[in-house]
Write a protein that binds this ligand. Structure first.
Ligand code: ZN
Length: 534
């Protein structure tokens, strides 16, 4: 059915010559996007794990699409920017964790209680150390928060609850919860290891599903300049359902901590009565993967030397523990959806060219799932001049699983790029909102964060929902059942109209940013402005 308004508009435009025609309300129908998702999430690509044949196939497909769209290569080796990694894997058969009370050791079950994180335990170790509970484990000078103050942490393993107090703004809390920032203050205090208790109030995935894939190898960038946690000997992830035993004899209970943590209230800090005995055997190997970069050169003689980046990660987590008999973690939404959008937008700009004064860089990064590593490498070693990157529009798992009525804009309050994104959404009849679930930490959980840390204003937008609405339950169920599971595949329901609307929004945001003479800027009071200072 056609609305009255569009019928009238049709008559108006029919009288105008083709050259003057206004662009269509949307350049997208969702179908071409979905066909790319179907290719990327096919079982034959085996979940696109970093370093795998499946990821190489996905990247070759992307290069083909970029060529079809008339893009120029913007890597260091054609469209590719090779990146070297080290891989770490815990040999659980030779490793162990035990809690010790008055000389009595109680072995912990890796499956049910706690496991050794290979991301934060990069070399084999055998150690025994007292434990200290440090609340959320945060030191945030801007807010005069120092949860390490007054505690003797030298040679200790610290235990903390994932999360942050409510009076700390999201972006600030997110920043200080990155592994590198967190480790800076812990290392300075003499800490040798960490135990992270997942916060039951903010777990995207139930423990059973986290635990089932705990042996999946982790990776880090091979170049020494990227090592942010030197001195950390051990990192342990703890099941909140088993956490009570950590607090035995301390005068506190985990139930008390969890209930404070649920409401983001301040937490107490105190030494624990138990200590940890750990033996970790870590297997390492090196491997190589690549980012894929392509560009569309702008028309303005000066501005064409500046780039608006459209980024998404093309890797996913590969093959893992079977769930309902399926071992392939297809990553259709995460982030086949974003990668497909990058290819689809490139094609749309060829089919419907429009004035672009700045250049656009189409970037498909690798190893996002390993800790934002491909983008970390790219942001440190960009294939175009670092100062020429004016903005990053990152797309990761934007979840078009409900109609696009609300758009969640990560970074909305931080820069005028956020303001612009909100205005464009509004002009399309979509309500822009800031992140309604700050505890999930999504602002630091995707690739835009590496651009932000290099001073580049960035946004990450997602199809959103109102708190306590039926849509919220759809998203919650999606995270519980499909996020990082084999069922994030092409057999799930998606809303093609919603995807098309999101693509149109993204296209407009890119073009407006490419055509606005002033570069996007951080807001004067944004925490992230500091990175742009030099
Ligand atoms: Zn993911």
């Amino acid at each position: 059915m056609r609305s009255t308004v569009s019928a009238i508009l049709f008559l108006v435009f029919a009288a105008i010559s083709p050259a003057q025609q206004t662009p269509p309300a949307s350049h997208f129908d969702g179908n071409s996007w979905w066909s790319h998702v179907k290719f990327l999430a096919d079982d034959s690509l085996e979940g696109r794990d970093t370093g795998s044949e499946g990821l190489r196939k996905a990247q070759a497909y992307a290069v083909e699409q970029f060529q079809k769209a008339g893009l120029e290569p913007a890597g260091t080796n054609g469209f590719y920017q090779p990146v070297r990694f080290n891989q770490y894997e815990v040999d659980e058969a030779k490793s162990s964790l035990a809690l010790v009370t008055n000389g009595q050791a109680k072995t912990l079950s890796f499956a049910d209680d706690a496991f050794i994180g290979s991301r934060s335990t990069c070399t084999s170790t055998a150690l025994s150390a007292p434990l200290v509970f440090i609340g959320y484990g945060l030191k945030i000078p801007e807010k005069n928060l120092d949860e390490l103050a007054g505690l003797d942490l030298k040679g200790k393993i610290v235990v903390y609850l994932a999360g942050s107090p409510a009076d700390i703004p999201t972006a600030l809390a997110s920043h200080y919860q990155t592994a590198g920032e967190r480790w800076k203050s812990l290392h300075a205090a003499g800490v040798i290891g960490t135990i992270t208790i997942f916060n039951p109030a903010s777990m995207d995935i139930p423990w059973s599903r986290i635990s089932i894939n705990r042996n999946h190898p982790s990776m880090d960038l091979a170049d020494a300049e990227f090592n942010e946690t030197s001195g950390q000997q051990l990192g342990v992830a703890f099941n909140p359902a088993s956490a009570e035993q950590l607090f035995a004899g301390s005068g506190h209970t985990f139930a008390e901590i969890a209930s404070l943590g649920k409401d983001r209230k301040p937490l107490p800090h105190f030494p624990l009565a138990v200590s940890l005995q750990a033996k970790a055997v870590i297997l390492t190997k090196s491997l190589e993967s690549a980012n894929v970069a392509a560009k569309l050169t702008g028309s303005d003689p000066a501005l064409k030397n500046e780039f608006v980046v459209l980024s998404a990660h093309i890797d996913h987590v590969g093959i893992g523990a079977p769930i309902n008999g399926d071992r392939i973690y297809n990553g259709a939404m995460d982030d086949g959806s974003g990668s497909a959008l990058v290819m689809d937008i490139a094609a749309s700009l060829k089919a419907h060219p429009e004035k672009r004064q700045r250049s656009i860089l189409f970037l498909l990064v690798t190893a996002e799932e390993k800790g934002l590593l491909g983008s970390k490498y790219f942001a440190a070693h960009p294939t175009v001049a670092a100062k020429s990157i004016v903005a990053d529009v990152n797309v990761d798992m934007f979840l078009p699983i409900v109609p696009l009525k609300i758009l969640k804009i990560g970074g909305l309050e931080e820069s005028d790029l956020g303001t612009r994104a909100a205005a464009i959404a509004q002009s399309m009849g979509i309500k822009p909102i800031a992140d309604p679930e700050p505890l999930r930490n999504t602002f630091i959980r995707s690739d835009q964060y590496n651009f932000i840390r290099h001073g580049v204003p960035a946004v990450k937008c997602d199809v959103g929902f109102e708190l306590s609405s039926p849509e919220q339950k759809i998203f919650k169920d999606w995270l519980t059942n499909r996020y990082h599971a084999p069922s994030d595949d092409v057999n799930q329901p998606v809303d093609l109209q919603s995807a098309a609307g999101y693509e149109e929004f993204t296209r407009r945001l890119l073009l407006e940013t490419a055509n606005t003479p002033a570069r996007p800027r951080w807001k004067p009071d944004s925490f992230f402005r500091r990175y742009a200072a030099n």
